[in-house]
Design a protein around this ligand. Structure first.
Ligand code: 5AD
Length: 361
């Protein structure tokens, strides 16, 4: 079954509701995960460094049209303090995430990256939106290891409908992802599941696109309606459309399992959006259905309420040492181990090895 599913088969799995057959899907994904990337679960500490955003994405609560929201940009020393906490927790990676914020100057960011690389042994992942070629290049040179940029949907008409453009010279996110790979970033992407207007065929195409792009990290979470956004109420109207992908926990598991089968060597997180839908054991279930990464939120608590991309984020209830302990306990509960080290994706390690023309030794 590994790597070998066509669009028709993927659509059939996405629509499957027979519990016995689904159990076979979970088991297949779990087996591939165990054989390819092993039992260790990588922890990545996310710091949401700014909630300013110049974009008007129709699903996102921190989009520029939301004038109610209090905005912040973390000062450098607070970012480095949070980085220190990530080290104390023993995680291998820091993820610096923000809205698409022009206040984040390229040189300022490069300085932060350099400090982190100088003072810690952490891998640095950036998730800062659609930035210029010059910025992406500068940050790679400064020491950034990875970049996350979700393409959200492979259907260009649906993408354009929910993402008012800015004039920045890029054709689309695929062009940016290709450039990130060319620069040598470990490259991550993903989609939202159940965007109003997203069909099963669209979602199947998303999954095939993950494979085609050779992504190292693939994060997929359910679309969660935010009442202050244009898409916030659109879902109710679509619920009875039989071709509309439901934004449910079950569909999310199916996507994670199919992603693992199609992209056996990629790193796959069990997302915060999934844990928000099922705070009881969503993370564990994700780990049993293909995932090998968890990304705990380490943003200073006073900022968290303002990074409201969707309502009731689980990280509003989980923080500090407690959350670290709880998340580690969940990993052990799921009969897995806690990884040490940076946790580069196997796909990335293998590609670099091949590029260097080296054999195994
Ligand atoms: N529901 C689910 N995910 C969302 N994101 C933004 N808004 C929402 C929402 N309403 C996700 C998108 C985006 C990332 C920052 O968070 O995938 O890329």
């Amino acid at each position: 079954m590994i790597g070998n599913l066509n669009k028709k088969e993927i659509i059939a799995w996405l629509k499957e509701d027979d519990a016995r057959r689904l159990k076979r899907l979970w088991e297949a994904a779990d087996t591939v995960r165990r054989e390819q990337v092993g039992d260790a679960v990588h922890l990545r500490g996310i710091i949401e460094i700014s909630n300013y955003c110049r974009r008007y994405c129709h699903y996102c609560g921190i989009n520029a049209a939301n004038k109610q929201l209090q905005r912040y940009l973390m000062p450098g020393d607070e970012i480095l303090e949070a980085v220190g906490q990530i080290e104390n927790f023993g995680y291998g990676t820091v993820v610096l995430q923000a809205g698409e914020d022009p206040r984040i100057g390229a040189d300022w960011m490069a300085g932060i990256i350099q400090s982190i690389k100088k003072e810690t042994s952490l891998a640095v992942t950036l998730s800062l939106g659609e930035r210029s070629k010059a910025d992406l290049k500068l940050w790679k040179k400064a020491g950034a290891d990875r970049y996350l940029l979700k393409f959200e949907t492979s259907n260009p008409a649906l993408f354009d409908k929910i993402h008012p453009p800015v004039n920045h010279g890029w054709k689309n996110r695929f062009e940016i992802l290709a450039y990130l790979q060319e620069l040598g970033y470990e490259t991550g992407s993903g989609v939202m599941i159940g965007i109003p207007g997203q069909t099963y065929a669209d979602l199947a195409e998303d999954l095939l696109t993950f494979k085609k792009l050779n992504l190292d990290m693939i994060g997929c979470g359910p679309f969660l309606a935010h009442p202050d956004t244009l898409l916030g109420n659109a879902f109710k109207e679509r619920m009875h459309d039989t071709d509309q992908v439901p934004n449910t926990e079950m569909t999310t598991y199916k996507v994670m399992a199919l992603t693992r089968i199609l992209c056996p060597n990629s790193n796959i997180p069990t997302t915060t959006a999934l844990a928000t839908l099922n705070s009881k054991n969503g993370r564990e279930q994700g780990l049993k259905r293909g995932a090998n990464v968890i990304m705990p939120n380490v943003t200073p608590v006073r900022y968290r309420q303002y990074y409201e991309i969707y309502p009731n984020r689980i990280c509003l209830r989980e923080f500090g040492q407690d959350s670290d302990q709880i998340i580690k306990a969940r990993i052990i509960n799921a009969e897995r181990t806690i990884a040490v080290g940076k946790g580069a994706a196997l796909s990335y390690i293998q590609r670099n090895r091949n590029n260097k023309g080296r054999t195994d030794k």
